[in-house]
Design a protein around this ligand. Sequence first.
Ligand code: ASP
Length: 599
Amino acid sequence: MKRTHHCNELRPAHVGQTVTLSGWVHSRRDLGGLIFIDIRDREGRTQTVFDPSDLPAELFNRAAALRSECVITVTGPVRLRPAGTNNAKISTGEVEVGVVSLEVLNMAEVLPFPVDDPEAAAKVNEELRLQYRYLDLRRPEMARNLRLRSKVATATRVFMDEQGFLEVETPTLFKSTPEGAREFLVPSRVHPGQFYALPQSPQQFKQILMVAGVERYFQLARCYRDEDLRADRQPEFTQVDIEMSFIEREDIYALIEGLLRRVWRTALNVDIPTPFLRMSFHEALNRFGIDKPDTRFGMELVDFSEEFRTSTFKVFSGAIANGGVVKAINARGLAAATQGQIETMTEYAKSFGAKGLAFIKVENGEWKSPIVKFFSEAEKNALKEKLAIAEGDLILFAADQWLTACEILGKIRLYCAEVLKSQGKLTIPADQFNFLWVVDFPLLSFDKEQNRWYSSHHPFTAPVAEDVPLLVSDPKKVRGQHYDIVVNGVELGGGSIRIHQPDVQRTIFEQVLQIPPDMVKARFGYMLEAFRYGAPPHGGIALGFDRMIAILCGTPSIRDVIAFPKTAKGTDLMTDSPAPVEPKQLRDLHLELKVARKE
Ligand code: ASP
């Protein structure tokens, strides 16, 4: 019996046809003499009815013995459901199949968790879901995510092809370049004591492809970073990786805006407005306290450095005298914040090195706060006016160096928004997507502990042309030709115009980043050499593909859009990896373990 239709296909127009469906037993109801089985495949589900008067007893008994997730094929006529029994929730809800023939293709044991009930599934422990991922992926919500991912990958490829890009695969056995995140190493058997590294991104290969004259490259590239995993990171992930020659920043903006428009249209049937807003790194921090601002709500940071410069409240005036600033936000409607919530926010402030958190609760017409008594009338009026303070507000302050003050309030702002959302005082429509480009990042950041400059993005990012003379004399002032694309407070990707002149690249490596010349040669020699043979000006970007799909699916976790993700500890619970290897394998690789072998 070969299937004639899928399980989301039958409609009243099919009534009278004899059809064959194959799939899994989604649900089963025994109603006295009748058995109802919803059969499910990838596309959807259809109700089938087993009536002993239509079936040989032996087949009916077999139907009675079926359990959830057994695999079956059924044949029978399509008919309208009896009046009043339609199921408006599914597209096949007006019809059913009266089974005359059943083939049991495979039985299923009792499942470790139900796959037919979204509410029950939401309560299942994620580790169990990961261990039985093949069952988890049967759930319609997960199947939808995989399907959307595939559609978006195809739309991306089609769009990039239309724009003249070539998809080129770059190696995943690469060379170690221990600059950025920690890498996964792969020992070489043939070259004792030598290692490959899995690439953190195809950055160097894609730049070399520009030297090779490819001009427009893209790849859905798998990247690997051996970082201590934070909640929403994976040790391997996918990027839409792009590089182009003979371009400026504007060309990348236009390309990506076009790509994202196509993707959003394909996935959600939504037209996102372009061009996207642009904001400098400085403005993003100054107004939102973060370099990936969520602009779907206000609660912006307001500066009070002028007002408190000569204040008798020394915590504020002292910070300003130290070269710092005083900033505040108004968390509207959060005056009733609990002690626990205030403590959480205070901990955030302390994690950035602040001593505590100054705040004012506006309740019953009163400003409740231990610090208000130090404020002059003029200071109070300034606060009232610039923050539009009203009953029920919670005002939070940071008095510190500019960056620290911004970052403290940026973190608290997001926390307050979460609390307000949970209380129904802040609502953000699910289909609102605020895209923006963050630009003009500082090229370099200073590492106090190591007492040296490092690249804010990566060492291949070009400085803004007019800042090049400052590279060695005043690195702090140099802006990079880097851009990040942000949506709803999530960094979707980033890239830059690259350095293509070997002498500028060498200056960055040796004089700015202070990498010894022999190390530069060992790590990047081939790149510097390639640049000497006619490197075109070029630039590119990479978008986090998993993250983009998670946003499109409306799920907070990228694990929900990766078929076989790893846990936060980097383990694969289904295959139980990483795992020990045989001593012989280690010997072949010329390796010896310093830790006891874990069985
Ligand atoms: N390779 C960079 C990254 O992975 C992106 C880029 O500069 O194109 O973040």
